[in-house]
Each structure stands twice: as structure tokens, then as C-alpha cells.
Design a protein around this ligand. Structure first.
Ligand code: GDP
Length: 296
């Protein structure tokens, strides 16, 4: 992930460092290349535009251009702004009593929702020692129920599914009632996705969130999908409401544009990064570390 972007940015900054003194034009030229590199990495063009404007306004003042090591300062500003774009300070998923606290996973089919639900259950159970119930409310994809059941055993979590005849919101509600009765502290609800954003999907997600009285709605975004992911993210943020983002498949070799756009587009923090198919492959997301990785 990000290799091509890192390589290009490094080349730009290397050239800039070779200059010694910098003029406003030098900085403009470098930022033009940064802009192209970001666009090629499939970062949303509005996000790129805002980013470049912010860097430019900080990097072309006399303080930087006439200060010591101007190229170094420009790189630092890019790093700062990249960190800000990714959310600034790292934010944790906070789940407090009264229990059970309910988390609903939403997103498109194939984004990694079921896997992320199980990984999250594992994380909350291992890291915070909470009793977690995984609820299978993805009724569109029969295999998802079985997949979640198997993963819940591996993750040390409870599992809830309901027989035929119930709607997805009813399953979610019944799952929460079961958690309440059996003393689970956290409920993670897996929901159905579609191939594309559609009204039915949004409506169902909204009803599940309502029925389960979700404390947190987490949007699962496949980092491999580029611009599409941005549209998905925007639609969910506007129509369902999103508290946080789980970026999946960051171990892949996509260009990474979604990762850089999703925070700004949804306004919700990226809370976790999924890196692989194993249950352990979920890490809290640190904007500064990711910015550092991108800048190499
Ligand atoms: P859902 O349809 O949204 O529930 O998606 P799934 O959880 O079934 O995931 C779809 C595919 O992506 C499966 O083959 C998963 O094993 C895979 N997957 C999920 N998360 C990751 C990840 O972080 N990295 C990689 N490489 N694969 C993942």
C-alpha cells in the first residue's frame, strides 16, 4: 500500500532539498507534483484541492522561505497536514456502561464487514476483557451467518442468530435482548451489504441502528476500492450516520486513495485498520504513523 505514492513524494522532496534557498515558485512547482501524486493515488480531487491549499498557505510565507532549511520545513508541513487529513490525534473506540453497548457494522458487500465484526469482537474481548456477543444480521448472504458463527468461536465471543421469518432489524433487537439477559457487555452487529449503495440498503441499515439502539455505527471501507469507497462513505455518513470508520485490506497493494479521503468525506474518525484475514489483523489507527509511512 502507498508504495507508488511514497516513491513519488520522496522524489519531489529530494529535488526540493537539493535547492538550498527556495522561492515561492519552487514550492508551487513541488506542490503541483504532490497534487498529481495524490490524484494518481486515487485520492478524491476535492480532498486533494483542500489539502494542497492548506499546505501552500503555510509553506509559502517568509517564515518558511527565509528561514533555516526551508525544504525541510515544507516537508514537515506536508507531514502535519497529512496527519490532520487522516484525523489528527488518534481516537479510540469508547464503550461505556450501561451495558450492553451496541456497535453496528455497515458497508458494502465484500468490504470486509463480517471479518471486521469478528476482529472487533476479538479486540474488545482480548484488549478490554469484555464479554462480547456477535449478532448475525446479514440475512442477504447466508454464508455470512455461518462465517460469523465460526469466527465467534475462534474469537472467544458469543454468537446470536435467529431462525427464518425475522427481519434484520428484528434479529438485531433480539440479539441485544439476548445480550442483556445473558450479561454480555458489548454487542457487535454484522449487517448486510449490497454491491452498490441503494435506498433499500440504507433504509435497512437505518432500521437496524434504531432497533438495536446502537451506541456506535462503524463504517467498514475497503481501502482497495479507491474513489468508489468515497462515494459509499459519503452516502452512509449522510443517510445512516457514522461514528467511526474501519479501513480494511490495508495490507493489500492498492494505491490508498480511500484511506486518505475517507476521514474528510465522512467527518468521522478512522478508528481501526484491518491488515489481513486473521482475527489479530485489526489495529487501532494512528494518523501520525500512517502519515509517516506514506512519506517514507
Ligand atoms: P463482507 O461481505 O463485507 O462481510 O466481507 P467479508 O468479511 O466476507 O470479507 C470479504 C473478503 O475480504 C474475505 O475474503 C475476507 O477474508 C477478506 N478480508 C477482509 N478483511 C481483510 C483485510 O483486512 N485484509 C485482507 N487481505 N483481506 C480481508
Amino acid at each position: 500500500m502507498f508504495e507508488a505514492l511514497t516513491e513519488r513524494l520522496n522524489a519531489v522532496f529530494k529535488r526540493l532539498s537539493g535547492r538550498g534557498r527556495l522561492s515561492e515558485r519552487d514550492v508551487d512547482e513541488a506542490l503541483r507534483e504532490v497534487r498529481l501524486a495524490l490524484l494518481e493515488a486515487d485520492v478524491n480531487f476535492r480532498v486533494v484541492k483542500g489539502f494542497i491549499e492548506r499546505v501552500r498557505s503555510r509553506a509559502t510565507g517568509a517564515e518558511v522561505l527565509e528561514g533555516l532549511a526551508p525544504a525541510h520545513q515544507v516537508v514537515r508541513i506536508v507531514r502535519d497536514e497529512l496527519t490532520a487529513l487522516l484525523g489528527g490525534k488518534a481516537q479510540a473506540l469508547v464503550l461505556d456502561p450501561p451495558w450492553p453497548a451496541v456497535v453496528v457494522m455497515v458497508g458494502l458487500q465484500g468490504s470486509g464487514k463480517t471479518t471486521a465484526a469478528a476482529k472487533l469482537g476479538y479486540f474488545i474481548h482480548k484488549r478490554h476483557g469484555r464479554r462480547v456477543l456477535l449478532v448475525a444480521a446479514d440475512l442477504q448472504r447466508p454464508a455470512a451467518i455461518e462465517q460469523l458463527r465460526i469466527l465467534s468461536q475462534q474469537a472467544g465471543c458469543g454468537f446470536f442468530s435467529a431462525g427464518h421469518g425475522l427481519s434484520a432489524p428484528d434479529v438485531a433487537r433480539a440479539g441485544v435482548a439476548c445480550a442483556d439477559k445473558e450479561g454480555y457487555e458489548v454487542v457487535v452487529v454484522d449487517t448486510a451489504g449490497r454491491q452498490h449503495v441503494d435506498e433499500e440498503l440504507m433504509e435497512e441499515a437505518r432500521r437496524i441502528v434504531e432497533a438495536s439502539r446502537a451506541r456506535q455505527v462503524l463504517l467498514v471501507v475497503d481501502a482497495m476500492t479507491g474513489q468508489d469507497a468515497v462515494n459509499v462513505a459519503r452516502a452512509f455518513a449522510e443517510r445512516v450516520g457514522v461514528h467511526g470508520v474501519v479501513l480494511t485490506k490495508l495490507d493489500g497493494d492498492a494505491r490508498g486513495g480511500a484511506a486518505l479521503s475517507v476521514r474528510e468525506v465522512t467527518g468521522a474518525p478512522i478508528l481501526f485498520a484491518g491488515t489481513g484475514e486473521r482475527l489479530e489483523g485489526l489495529e487501532p489507527f494512528y494518523p501520525d504513523r500512517m502519515a509517516g509511512r506514506i512519506l517514507g
